[in-house]
Design a protein around this ligand. Structure first.
Ligand code: ADP
Ligand code: MG
Length: 357
């Protein structure tokens, strides 16, 4: 197995306009790691993955697998397994014929194909299905065949482009757990692409959050969730509140901000935040950490309930605090908070985090 290194990768398409589709991406996927490119549609995920696969060559920059520079090497010389959103299986062939395909094109000796195919089908828990035609399988089973077909060639790296998008919600969750189990057992260095933040958080060792061709933040799921680097990451991952507030005091890794109505709140800030008294700070807080209190609770800001949305285990409450709008997620029983209620709003210091604009 190997690590996969992308250094200063830029991709411009002919007639692609002024902004590159991928703009100075630097990523190292460690040996055996499950690494995800996460971002909205059009941010450059597929283009990046296709450069790693060899379907596109970068305009500039270097891609290497271990010590091997593969930047301008064609796909069939790269030893990568690829899984696509639409499975790209042959519908009229059987499961085993589909899985055997990559071995045949690689000229693996006839006698060694059958055992390799059964091993791959075992990996994805489809041993009993080898003689079925693809069009006799469910979507989830088809995607596992696609995974077996990628794994059967024992690739150094596994590349997956939104492989779960065509499955319904429940199957999507089951299949993501399966993919991760299979990847862990095989130990294959994996680069995964999705626009779904839950999926990325649940599956990944590390994530690169992308927007407009650039990596906005690279880190573990917990780092990205609790310490988003900027507004984009904070709001893209789990819909954080980001409040623009005047700075009252500033220290090295903490600031104090003023809320409408005069209450103050402390927020953790990254080293070198550069904020001073009177500046506007962008402070993030997740809805689940915004606390509701009785009106006129000392130290709390005064708010009014604008909307209550019951979503099962939690309710999402939209609050107005002066000219700010923020969301709170509560697990309290519905029927205790009503539109028009005056409430106290508490923003706990340990949950407030300063982000870049
Ligand atoms: P994502 O997979 O994140 O949705 P893509 O990598 O497919 O994004 O696309 C990134 C950007 O590059 C988009 O603006 C898209 O329109 C553009 N793009 C992708 N492929 C091509 C192409 N073959 N020619 C021109 N522009 C392209
Ligand atoms: Mg894509």
């Amino acid at each position: 197995m190997v690590d996969v290194r992308l250094e200063s990768i830029v991709k411009r398409f002919p007639r692609g306009g002024d902004t590159p589709a991928v703009d100075d991406v630097n990523i190292t996927v460690n040996d055996g790691e499950f690494f995800t490119l996460l971002g909205p549609s059009g941010c450059g995920k597929t283009t990046t993955l296709r450069m790693v696969a060899g379907f596109y060559f970068p305009t500039s920059g270097t891609i290497s697998f271990g010590d091997d520079d593969v930047t301008r090497r064609p796909p069939n010389k790269r030893d990568t397994g690829m899984v696509f959103q639409n499975y790209a299986l042959f519908p009229h062939l059987t499961v085993e014929q589909n899985v055997a395909y990559g071995l045949k094109t690689r000229k693996v000796a006839r006698g060694r194909i059958a055992p390799r195919v059964s091993e791959a089908l075992e990996q994805v828990h489809l041993s009993g299905y080898s003689k079925r035609r693809i069009d006799q399988l469910s979507g989830g089973q088809q995607q596992r065949v696609a995974l077996a077909r990628a794994l059967v060639i024992r690739p150094q790296t596994l590349l997956l482009d939104e492989p779960l998008s065509n499955l319904d919600a429940k199957l999507r969750e089951e299949t993501r757990t399966e993919i991760r189990r299979i990847q862990r057992e095989a130990g294959t260095t994996s680069l995964y692409v999705t626009h779904d933040q839950d999926e990325a958080m649940a599956m990944s060792d590390r994530i690169a959050v992308m927007e407009a061709g650039r990596v906005q933040q690279l880190g573990t799921p917990t780092e990205i969730y609790h310490r988003p680097a900027n507004r984009f990451v904070a709001t893209f991952i789990g819909r954080s509140n980001v409040l623009a507030l005047p700075v009252e005091h500033a220290a090295e890794t903490e600031i104090e901000v003023r809320l409408p109505g005069g209450a103050t709140a402390r927020a953790a800030a990254p080293q070198g935040h550069g904020l001073g008294v009177g500046d506007t700070a962008y402070v993030s807080i997740r809805p689940e950490y915004v606390q509701l209190a009785p009106p006129r609770t000392p130290g709390a800001a005064s708010g009014v309930v604008k909307e209550v949305e019951f979503t099962g285990m939690t309710s999402t409450v939209t609050l107005e605090v002066g000219d700010l709008t923020l969301m709170a997620k509560t697990i309290d029983m519905p029927g205790t908070v009503f539109v028009g209620d005056a409430v106290g709003v508490v923003l706990p210091a340990e949950r407030l985090w300063v982000v870049q604009p």
